[in-house]
Design a protein around this ligand. Structure first.
Ligand SMILES: [Zn+2]
Ligand SMILES: [Zn+2]
Length: 138
């Protein structure tokens, strides 16, 4: 297990450390995106600043992406391992469940191309849908 975690870190160009291993291992267990506060609680006792820096390192290396689901706190989720040429975040839809309040990555649900008026240059795009998730609608 720890070997897999280290392999994944190295594949992303990140040097494994005890904290990075711990954070990645925890993220791999999640079924939905989590906030820094949730991550910190899950790993307690840990230093919040260290956890935050670890997330930022992961984000810079496209190992995780952050999601603004409108709840106020940024959430983090792992990027797909083999997303091919679409390396980084934002191109898939995120889904916020109004019932369980969880935010899910939908990596197979891509954001459709949007035609902008002339003179507008897109630099970032995100799409958060709100509704009822698979588990809550069952
Ligand atoms: Zn739900
Ligand atoms: Zn996502």
């Amino acid at each position: 297990m720890i070997a897999d975690v280290e392999k994944r870190l190295e594949a992303a160009g990140i040097k494994p450390t005890a904290m990075r291993n711990l954070v990645l291992e925890y993220l791999l267990k999640q079924g939905s995106a989590i906030s820094l506060a949730e991550l910190e609680r899950g790993l307690a006792p840990v230093d919040r600043v260290t956890v935050y820096r670890t997330l930022k390192t992961f984000e810079e290396h496209c190992l995780v992406h952050s999601i603004n689901d409108g709840t106020g706190a940024a959430k983090y989720a792992l990027c797909q391992e083999d997303s091919g040429e679409v390396r980084h975040h934002d191109l898939h839809v995120h889904f916020y469940c109004n019932s369980c309040k969880e935010t899910f990555c939908l990596p197979k649900t891509l954001i459709p191309a949007v035609v902008l008026p002339q003179g507008f240059i897109s630099e970032e795009v995100s799409l958060v849908m709100k509704g009822v998730c698979e588990r809550c609608s069952a």
